[in-house]
Design a protein around this ligand. Sequence first.
Ligand SMILES: Cc1cc2nc3c(=O)[nH]c(=O)nc-3n(C[C@H](O)[C@H](O)[C@H](O)COP(=O)(O)O)c2cc1C
Length: 375
Amino acid sequence: MSVTPPAPSRAAEILSRPVSINGLTVPNRIAMAPMTRMFSPDGIPGEDVVSYYARRAAAGVGLIVTEGTYVGHDSAGQSDRVPRFHGEEQLAGWAKVAEAVHAGGGTIVPQLWHIGMVRNQGEPPFADAPAVGPSGVRLDGTEGVGKAMTQRDLDDVIGAFAQAAAAAERIGFDGVELHGAHGYLLDQFLWSGTNRRTDAYGGDPVARAKFAAEIIAAVRETVSAEFPIIFRYSQWKQEAYDVRLAETPEELEAILAPLAAAGVDAFHASTRRYWLPEFDGSDLNLAGWTKKLTGKPTITVGSVGLDGDFIGGFAGEGSQVKGIDDLLDRLERDEFDMVAVGRALLQDPEWAAKVLGGRLDELAPYDAAALKTLS
Ligand SMILES: Cc1cc2nc3c(=O)[nH]c(=O)nc-3n(C[C@H](O)[C@H](O)[C@H](O)COP(=O)(O)O)c2cc1C
């Protein structure tokens, strides 16, 4: 007797369609959001990091964006437990991560990171390195604690991103994500609050986008033409959750257009709650506007499957499960192309398998205790 298989759920139908980003085909619409975990002593991702990512790929995550990983510039970071994307042992660790993710059927990009003026001098891995940024100004406006970058510094950092991207391609990653969000170095240039330069890298939105555009162009030149470059950006900054890069769609377009022209293949628009409209007069969220303004594939993010945002998560708050019908409606309308999931995937490595399998009733609330382990 033949048994009719159950009809696929609406979530499965919508989320399991493949999507292309330049030369890469991602098997479905679910991405893992980049999440710093600090489980890599001396910046080397070990076997526990390999299996942490591999578990999620094997359970259906189509695209893994790794935790932020420092590019090869002494001022890039401030922890020797955050993985680095330079150095022989570090890259050997990463190569194992990429291989294991591929074995599970997923695709993976490293998130390349420079923290700029967020750095406190004296911290590892390179204690003597100063904090550097567009104007030596911290996100809270404090002056005189870091170094305004010279042309030489800019060139060094551009080179560091290009080298990291070349390494990513060489060791088997499927693309790169450049971290241009949340008030870190690239965002410090994009945002007028931290960029007070009067040279070609400061002033109007196009000038403020010049440094990021030069990094993108350098990466584009260094990697193969079909190798995807994803650019993550946000309105919000750490320490300043309510500030905005752009108050209007026109301002946003002025920032994004030069980045797209420099070679971005997809944008990852970071918001805390994906369902909030970005500008008056339209329901589109930030990823929706980004797609409309640039024509590029976009990734949305922010409290997918949860009812409270991640800032509460850092403060130790849990979060209840929230339905994803509205998210599916938006995907169906092609408002954006992919959905990145953060805490829900930290909590439950099987999140994607449950959602793709129509087992939404098995999703568990987020408990901040998940931050303490690499399970
Ligand atoms: C523990 C943790 C670490 C994070 N680290 C990064 C990071 O390295 N790079 C980044 O761009 N965003 C980082 N984020 C933000 C997430 O990528 C994501 O945008 C945010 O958690 C919202 O998604 P969620 O509501 O699904 O958790 C982090 C978030 C968490 C919870």
